[in-house]
Design a protein around this ligand. Structure first.
Ligand code: ADP
Ligand code: MG
Length: 313
């Protein structure tokens, strides 16, 4: 029977550590060195079996997903990863599962340049909790509260993939093999766009990652900034992989209110339009004085939207 410390040693002790990790796994705390003149950004994300992922999900995919979802919050602040800790609650020490989980975690950590620096291991219902630590030049963090009237609203990548992927996993959407592979990868390996996030530091007035749906998350920006947003329905970036299979109404609903996209939504002054377009972002609307969000059709007429983002309670 694999003991706790042997388990940590075997599966959760990286062999090489980057320079910012003074002390990693194996002491009472990890010690991380911030680059000079930087603030620290911290966020924790917990995923519970049966709530955030199905019980039969494969361990490597889960590891990738939990780390990427947590790292998405760093990108949303314009922060660069320093390292993460992992609180792992396991029903049993299944070595096959642990091997797959550890290799998925290692791969994601390498992709994101975010090393594992410590954690906690307990017995109980399968729960994965990742705390990420990042650095951002002092005062340069991208907040939700900085949007200004006259700003344009942007998103990175496509919207609605998370909801479409969940529908596929739950048998509510049928797509071809290529689209299936795309959605599976969007669900378990959401790409976190750190190069874009770091480029936004000098440009964006506000930023958030889309985890609960565009309307809900842009709503947080509007609320925190005391502004209103207008979204052009026709400019919402949707993936051609599943759009036709879902149909226009469903696709729009998923793009506006589906969760788990892990894209960045941000606002910036129009002078940055060309630069942001060159970075691959899509301009989807604008900010004005007031409150709330309206979605308009191609003629500028407000659409009726009943969908709102995902909430736990
Ligand atoms: P303490 O009792 O001081 O909190 P633990 O006995 O819980 O320490 O953990 C021993 C070491 O192993 C610590 O450095 C801790 O950060 C690390 N650790 C424990 N669980 C994990 C895990 N799942 N992944 C990575 N590191 C872990
Ligand atoms: Mg201790």
């Amino acid at each position: 029977m694999l003991g706790e410390f042997e388990l940590i040693r075997r599966y959760f002790t990286p062999s090489a550590l980057p320079a910012q990790v003074i002390t990693g796994v194996g002491d009472d705390c990890a010690v991380l060195r911030l680059p000079p003149g930087c603030d620290m950004a911290i966020s924790v994300d917990t995923q519970v079996c049966g709530v955030h992922f199905p019980a039969e999900a494969d361990a490597a995919s889960l590891a990738s997903r939990v780390l990427r979802c947590a790292a998405s919050d760093l990108a949303a602040m314009g922060a660069e990863p320093l390292g993460f800790t992992l609180a792992l609650t396991l029903p049993q020490a299944d070595e096959q599962w642990l091997q797959a989980f550890a290799s998925g975690l290692q791969q994601a950590a390498a992709d994101l340049r975010c090393p594992l620096v410590g954690g906690d291991t307990t017995k109980g219902p399968l729960t994965l909790s990742v705390q990420v630590h990042g650095s951002v030049p002092a005062g340069a963090a991208l907040l939700r509260s900085g949007a200004q009237p006259g700003d344009e609203v942007w998103v990175s990548g496509t919207l609605g993939d998370g909801a479409a992927a969940l529908a596929l996993l739950q048998g509510r959407l049928a797509v071809d093999a290529a689209a299936g592979a795309y959605l599976h990868s969007r669900f378990y390996q959401p790409a976190i766009d750190f190069p874009l996030a770091l480029a936004l530091r000098g440009m964006a007035h506000s930023c958030i990652d889309v985890s609960d749906g565009l309307l809900a998350d842009l709503g947080h920006i509007c609320h925190a900034s005391g502004v209103a947003a207008r979204i052009r329905q026709a400019d919402l970036p949707l993936s051609a992989h599943w759009r036709a299979a879902a149909g226009d109404t469903q696709a729009l609903q998923w793009a506006l209110a589906g969760g788990d996209d892990y894209r960045l939504c941000f606002t910036a002054a129009p002078q940055h339009h060309a630069a942001l377009q060159a970075l691959g972002a899509s301009c989807i609307g604008d900010i004005s004085a007031g409150s709330g969000i309206v979605v308009v059709d191609a003629r500028g007429v407000p659409c009726e939207i009943t969908a709102t983002g995902f909430r736990h309670f």
